[in-house]
Design a protein around this ligand. Structure first.
Ligand code: MRU
Length: 378
């Protein structure tokens, strides 16, 4: 997508031994690219959120494996170190499993080349997947636009599930870009998303494309929904259970509750790489607890330019910082996947992805026989 008017991907191969990533720790104040040339640098970039967003974490880890092998490190060491870098986004395990499988089956002297090629393939597949999510999801926006005579469709999103969080297009924002490209008027309410403020990344990337948007404090969404100012909520996911529960950035659940109470449709954009077919219930998902300093400090542009960090809490104040929560499937109107839109149910996901669901056929649909959800919405 666009960075200062130029088409870029968030991760690019500069030369076989160097991968460059758009440094999200510096955005939105500074556009800067970070060079990764070994396993340690890659694991560090993921852990410290220089790259972030579930699909991009997976794609970066895939390149990390290739960089590790090129540097003489073992496949096992690379996968173990990268897998430990962030615990919740399942795309990380998905990408590492894929790399391990492909690399382990080829002769040692071809492993580096195969790793490079597979990492590139994962990146290309992510772009195609996200674009397909956009093509399916735009129907939701178009339907609202048609119902309301073309007035701007009001979409609320949480965190950043845009192209910054993927290789290109994004997941939750892909339908918005598709709508914008198709000339459908759309306005985005952007949750600030404390403590890491990923909403500022969303605002930045929407601005790069001229999509109208307004940043709101995290606490404002419920009020806007009560006032009828939100037509649709679209969020991303870091891990979706095979039954349709959606684990996403902390605060997503509260927005889903408010949406449910106000009859606002609530959808997650779910690439299949974000579905954990081994997990059926929310309690099985590990929730990352991040450092308390993310709450204690704020970073921003100082009056004299440059990025400044200020403390807003005493270092002795106890803080808790769970980074994700799970929205139970009963609160989801539906899931937008690369193969189409479906209900947040085991049956809905299995119908779209029978090849995965078959592996977990033993795990029965816990909702079988329950009335379909999402019928009570606007
Ligand atoms: O901690 P982050 O910024 O990596 O969390 C990102 C999110 O929660 C996104 O919504 C999710 O990864 C989907 S990105 C397409």
């Amino acid at each position: 997508m666009n960075v200062d008017g130029r088409w870029r991907r968030t991760i690019e191969v500069r030369d076989p031994g160097t991968v460059i990533v758009l440094d999200q720790a510096k955005l939105p104040h500074e556009v800067s690219w970070l060079a990764l040339d070994d396993l340690d640098a890659t694991a560090h970039a993921i852990r410290e959120m220089h790259v972030r967003g579930a699909p991009l974490i997976g794609a970066t880890a895939a390149h990390g494996v290739a960089l590790a092998l090129r540097g003489g490190r073992s496949l096992d060491e690379a996968c173990t170190m990268l897998a430990a870098s962030r615990p919740t986004a399942i795309n990380l395990r998905w990408a590492l499993d894929h790399m391990r499988l492909r690399i382990a089956e080829v002769p040692a002297d071809t492993q580096v080349d195969v790793a490079d090629a597979e990492a590139a393939r994962i990146c290309d597949a992510d772009v195609a997947c996200c674009e397909a999510i956009g093509d399916h999801g735009v129907a939701l926006i178009r339907a609202v636009a048609e119902r309301h005579g073309g007035r701007p469709v009001q979409v609320l999103t949480h965190c950043n599930a845009g192209w910054l969080a993927t290789v290109d297009w994004g997941t939750a924002l892909a339908p918005i870009y598709k709508a914008h490209e198709a000339g459908i008027a759309v306005h985005v309410w952007v949750d600030e998303t404390r403590p890491r403020n990923q909403g500022l990344l969303t605002a930045w990337e929407l601005a790069q494309h001229g999509v109208p948007h307004t940043v709101i404090a995290d606490n404002a969404g419920g009020h806007l929904m009560q006032q009828g100012k939100v037509d649709l909520c679209l969020v991303g996911t870091d891990r979706t259970t095979r039954n349709g529960d959606v684990c996403n950035k902390i605060g997503t659940y509260l927005k889903a509750l408010a949406a449910h109470d106000n009859g606002v449709p609530f959808y997650a954009a779910v690439p299949s790489s974000s579905i954990d077919w081994t997990v059926g219930e929310p309690s099985e998902i590990p929730i990352e607890e991040r450092a308390g300093d993310e709450l204690r400090y704020l970073a921003g542009r100082g009056d004299r330019g440059g990025t400044t960090r200020i403390a807003i809490l005493a270092g002795t104040t106890a803080v808790g910082n769970p980074a994700f929560d799970v929205t139970p499937r009963r609160l989801m109107t539906g899931l937008v996947t690369e193969r189409g839109i479906t209900s947040a149910t085991a049956a809905g996901l299995a119908a779209l992805f029978p090849e995965h669901a078959a592996d977990h056929a033993a795990a029965r649909d816990p909702d079988a026989g329950r009335p379909e959800r999402g019928k009570d919405r606007r």
